[in-house]
Ligand binder design. Structure first.
Ligand code: GLP
Length: 247
């Protein structure tokens, strides 16, 4: 596990985008796992800039998103499908047939989860998985208590996650209470994992994840078991670390 601490959110976003660009240049048909939320917005802006100004091409890249709300149509402004279109996909040259996001409107959710796992395998597995972290230590929608070996499945959102995500909806009542999420076992099979966190609001979760014990109560702590994990932080997200990560 390599912990990289950058001074500001912009530095963090630029650095993470640079690492991804490097992977794409080395392997143009990279299979890239993507996350939603506020944290990767700067990273996506930077990837778009690299595409426009530096000729970074996503034409052969395949993407798999971590999760999607159940019951929101793709056209809903808060669906993760819509989020990805607006914040990344429509600005780059990714092949629309190589974009995978779980379908939260699928009539048979279990079959959809199974299908999603199969597509990851069919595309050769995920090379690089970007992750955010919830204030309660969740990754994707794997809430505290999720099995560390779990696969893509339906999960009920924790109360805190519903509250945290209510800022994007008019009221907390409108936040879907269930989602399809890649499992922790699924995420751990990615060849590299980049966990990105920014801001003081994430400092306690980051500390628990990388300095605490590995426990299902802090799903992100499983990253300690990954063979090639990077934890990319800004100064504020790193502010509660007491161990060696000062650089
Ligand atoms: C959401 C997503 C996660 C994301 C997390 C943090 O609930 N399902 O994938 O990492 O919350 O989001 P943010 O970056 O907005 O703090």
């Amino acid at each position: 596990m390599l912990v990289l601490i950058k001074e500001t959110y912009d530095d963090l976003s630029r650095h993470t985008a640079g690492m991804i660009a490097d992977r794409i240049r080395r392997k143009p048909d990279l299979v890239l796992g993507l996350a939603t939320g506020t944290t990767p917005l700067g990273l996506y802006r930077e990837l778009i800039r690299l595409h426009r100004n530096d000729g970074l091409s996503f034409a052969r890249v395949t993407t798999f998103n971590l999760d999607e709300y159940i019951g929101l149509p793709r056209t809903h402004p808060q669906s993760y499908y819509h989020f990805m279109q607006e914040n990344l996909f429509r600005h780059i040259d990714v092949d629309p047939t190589a974009i995978y996001i779980p379908d939260g409107m699928a009539p048979d959710i279990d079959a959809q989860c199974e299908w999603y796992e199969q597509q990851i395998v069919r595309r050769g597995g995920i090379d690089v998985q970007i992750l955010g972290i919830g204030a309660n230590g969740h990754i994707a929608f794997n809430e505290p208590g999720s099995s560390l070996g779990s696969r893509t499945r339906i999960k009920t959102l924790a109360d805190q996650t519903v509250k945290d995500n209510a800022r994007f909806f008019k009221t907390a009542d409108e936040v879907p209470k269930t989602a399809i999420t890649m499992g922790i076992g699924t995420i751990m099979e990615a060849r590299e994992v980049f966990l990105v966190a920014s801001g003081a609001g994430k400092a306690a979760a980051v500390k628990a994840a990388i300095e605490g014990p590995i426990t299902a109560m802090v799903p992100a702590s499983i990253i300690q078991m990954h063979r090639k994990a990077y934890v990319l932080l800004d100064r504020d997200a790193a502010s509660q670390l007491t161990h060696t990560f000062r650089g």
